[in-house]
Design a protein around this ligand. Structure first.
Ligand code: MTE
Ligand code: MO
Length: 368
């Protein structure tokens, strides 16, 4: 193993020009897998094809003995067992979740971390109790401003030993669709997605959706823990305090057409008409437009959007293309109802967050 993996106190690092993915990054990528892009075809991503991101180790929690502590600025601190949460009114919400680091490995220069290309996304149906009901049950204190969620997983990150813990502004936490989820796609949460209970914050990048919850605490000052104050901030330099990553920027992905080359995964198609499909989503506002290009973004045409579905789920799109022999660069670009458009130039920051550069898929059309 290289020194980088052993030295737990190294600061975040930017790769040198031409520096490849390290063994340490490969170890992260092997644990934290993305969605195979052909699985974008499913409205709801089957469990196991949904992307995964776990900072430390997955804890093994026993649902029967598990308790969730509600503490801090509340009228009455107490614990909830899983059965108690299940007896409260439930809701099912279809949510497209994306890691804030999606797109990081394509940045120039490249932030050294989990090396996502574009595949850190998935859509699931989460069932659980709206957090609001649980907060009502304990009585939120008048002075509370944020809710802090603690997972049962523990590790060290750049020299800071910690439980995975995130603060969320109270106004977001009180939204009807913010869930303490105990089911994914109609099944009890599997170990890798937060068994027995996780937070789901529709529209926010993945880091907000704390898995393996063990404690929820109401606090009177904005939370300054590691995952809010140090990590998950868009910074231009090491001493820039930056702005927090919050809602998902619009993105569209293309289902790669044709068939792949085994090693390069370059796409091969035969000449003639074909339908290219994809998905688009935004945590700010519904998707209103997807544009498609076969020349890398020189000329664009509007794709046909599928009927609008549940608000927090990705929207399908399709376009007809007559492939002609030669090389083509397929590109897709999404726009949402607030006018956020995917950039054609990469948005760069030190942590490699929220890189929603348009998706490019090179395709070779062979002679028939
Ligand atoms: N307790 C805990 N919750 C966590 C994480 C974690 O490491 N520990 N990772 C976060 C990040 S960065 C992402 S992108 C999502 C990924 O959720 P998934 O693995 O269910 O797809 O979980 C979030 N919740
Ligand atoms: Mo993430």
């Amino acid at each position: 193993m290289d020194a980088q993996l052993r030295d737990v106190s190294l600061p975040s690092r930017i790769a040198e020009p031409g520096e490849g993915i390290s063994t340490a990054e490969l170890a992260l990528a092997a644990r934290n897998h993305g969605i195979p892009l052909e699985a974008l075809r499913y409205d709801v991503t089957p469990i196991g094809l949904h992307y995964l991101l776990t900072h430390y180790d997955m804890p093994a929690l026993d649902a029967a003995s598990w308790r969730l502590s509600l503490t801090g600025s509340v009228a009455g601190a107490r614990e909830f067992a899983l059965d108690e949460l299940r007896s409260l009114p439930s809701r099912t919400v279809r949510v497209t979740m994306e890691c804030a680091g999606n797109g990081r490995a394509r940045m120039h220069p490249r932030p050294v971390s989990q090396p996502w290309l574009v595949e850190a996304v998935g859509t699931a149906e989460w069932t659980g109790v709206p957090l609001r009901h649980v907060l009502d049950a304990v009585g939120v204190g008048d002075s509370a401003v944020e809710v802090v969620f603690t997972g049962a997983d523990h590790g060290v990150e750049r020299g800071v030993e910690q439980d995975y813990r995130r603060g969320l502004p109270l106004a977001e936490a009180l939204r009807d669709d913010v869930l303490l989820a105990y089911e994914m796609n109609g099944q009890p949460l599997p170990p890798q997605h937060g068994h027995p209970v996780r937070l789901v914050v529709p529209g926010w990048y993945g880091m907000a959706h704390v898995k393996w919850l063990r404690e929820i605490s109401l606090v009177d000052e904005p939370f300054t823990g590691y995952q809010n104050a140090v990590a998950y901030r868009l910074k231009q330099s090491a001493d820039d305090p930056g702005v927090p990553a919050t809602r998902i920027e619009p993105r569209s992905l293309i289902v790669p057409p044709g068939f792949p080359d085994f090693m390069s995964r370059d796409r091969v198609v035969r000449p003639g008409p074909l339908t290219v499909t994809g998905r688009a989503w935004s945590g700010h506002a519904p998707i209103t437009r997807v544009e498609f290009s076969t020349d890398g973004g020189t000329t664009w045409a509007d794709a046909d959007l599928d009927a609008a579905g549940p608000r927090w789920a990705w929207r399908g799109w399709r376009v007809s293309w007559r492939a002609e022999p030669g090389e083509h660069l397929l590109t897709a670009r999404a726009t949402d109802a607030e006018g956020h458009v995917q950039p054609v130039d990469e948005p760069w920051n030190r942590g490699g967050f929220a890189n929603n550069l348009v998706h490019h898929v090179p395709v070779t059309c062979i002679e028939d």
